[in-house]
Design a protein around this ligand. Structure first.
Ligand SMILES: [Zn+2]
Ligand SMILES: [Zn+2]
Length: 123
């Protein structure tokens, strides 16, 4: 007697670790949990501008003087590329005045749709 392969049921496998999973599921429980924490971490911290700023304040060392003019104490962190990447090198401390100038410049570039490459801001 030939053993019939149970081909009636497609075996679902976890897309991450290829462990067999419940019919219709894409990921096994542990991978779902893993992904959830990853997404959670990102989403939790990446709720926008404020979340990113908190992260930056923790990770980017504050300097004594504005990194643009070196004259005034920095007021806030400014994003260099305009993309708000989670990269401390994409941010710099600016005094209020320089930040305002920079924001204006970024707005203009955004409006022109030219801001696709890393922007090098020359003081
Ligand atoms: Zn898995
Ligand atoms: Zn400045």
């Amino acid at each position: 007697m030939v053993k019939v392969k149970s081909s009636w049921r497609k075996i679902w496998r976890c897309i991450d670790c290829s462990k067999e999973v419940w019919y219709g599921s894409t990921r096994c429980k542990s991978c779902v949990a893993k992904e959830r924490t990853q997404v959670g971490l990102w989403k939790g911290e990446d709720v926008g501008y404020t979340g990113l700023h908190h992260w930056l304040r923790r990770n980017k060392v504050k300097v004594d003087l504005c990194e643009n003019c070196n004259l005034k104490p920095p007021h806030d962190l400014a994003n260099i590329s305009g993309k708000y990447k989670r990269d401390i090198n994409d941010f710099k401390w600016l005094c209020r005045r320089c930040h305002m100038i920079e924001d204006g410049r970024l707005e203009k570039l955004r409006a022109l749709g030219k801001l696709n490459t890393r922007l090098k801001v020359v003081a």
